[in-house]
Ligand binder design. Sequence first.
Ligand SMILES: Nc1ncnc2c1ncn2[C@@H]1O[C@H](COP(=O)(O)OP(=O)(O)O)[C@@H](O)[C@H]1O
Ligand SMILES: [Mg+2]
Length: 278
Amino acid sequence: MKKLVIKDLHVEVEGQEILKGINLEVSEGEKVALLGPNGHGKSTLFNAIMGNPRYKITKGEIFLDGENVLEMDVPTRSKKGLFLCFQNPSEIPGVNSADFLKAAINEHSEKRVSLYQFYKILDQATKEVKIPFEMFNRSLNDGFSGGEKKRNEILQMLLLNPSIAMLDEIDSGLDVDAINIVSDCINKQFEEKHTGFLIISHYARLFELIKPTRSVVIVNGKVACEGGPEIYKRIDKEGYEWIKDEYGINIEKEEQPMNKVSIGVCATKEYVKNGTSK
Ligand SMILES: Nc1ncnc2c1ncn2[C@@H]1O[C@H](COP(=O)(O)OP(=O)(O)O)[C@@H](O)[C@H]1O
Ligand SMILES: [Mg+2]
């Protein structure tokens, strides 16, 4: 059974420390709900695990089944069984969806799949995520609706069959039918393949459908608390204020310095520096 172990992880983005000592473990056969206020480092954690070069690991370790993940390049991390569903999947005009998926499958298998096999696999997966097969003749995510992009991410997960899948706000932008489709796919993957999941969401609705085995809350770049379903249920009802009261953790707000590294417009940078837009 594969296990992802994160030890005292510190991550910087553009010179700003975002993760400040994360400790977290997830094994195959576990579904972990990851919650936390916006801008507190949830997506940063996933990007760092997957090896996005913009996210600089300054301290700490990540192991997958005892192997040092930080020494692996991104394709190796993927082949070893890590998978990330992006919060905002990119549109890549000019890269045909079917070609992209076939290349990804071939990279993950010892023997190249024939065109016939590939179309059979893709046909089955498109039925599960309920996206028309014809859409895969188009460029990757090009002109896909928000919901189609998210379902396309889930389709990639089904095709690559990871040991540990990280889903970043997979339910944002999905209507009720699409949330049901996506959660059915996650549940099937879990039951049949025992994939371990780290699932970021702000909404109890998704968690009610997929029944996480644990809930973990990230605040100010650290794990603030862990527990069972009672945690996501409470956050859904009451927000995050109770964490401040019960754990004595001051929750930095998004507009505080923690967030300023994402600001790209000069006028706004001036505002941060001087407290005025003039
Ligand atoms: N690629 C990036 N470039 C600049 N800033 C970033 C980047 N990724 C994350 N950040 C910053 O790191 C902080 C944490 O962001 P993120 O991990 O996306 O939060 P969350 O997913 O919890 O909402 C934010 O202040 C955000 O602006
Ligand atoms: Mg995020």
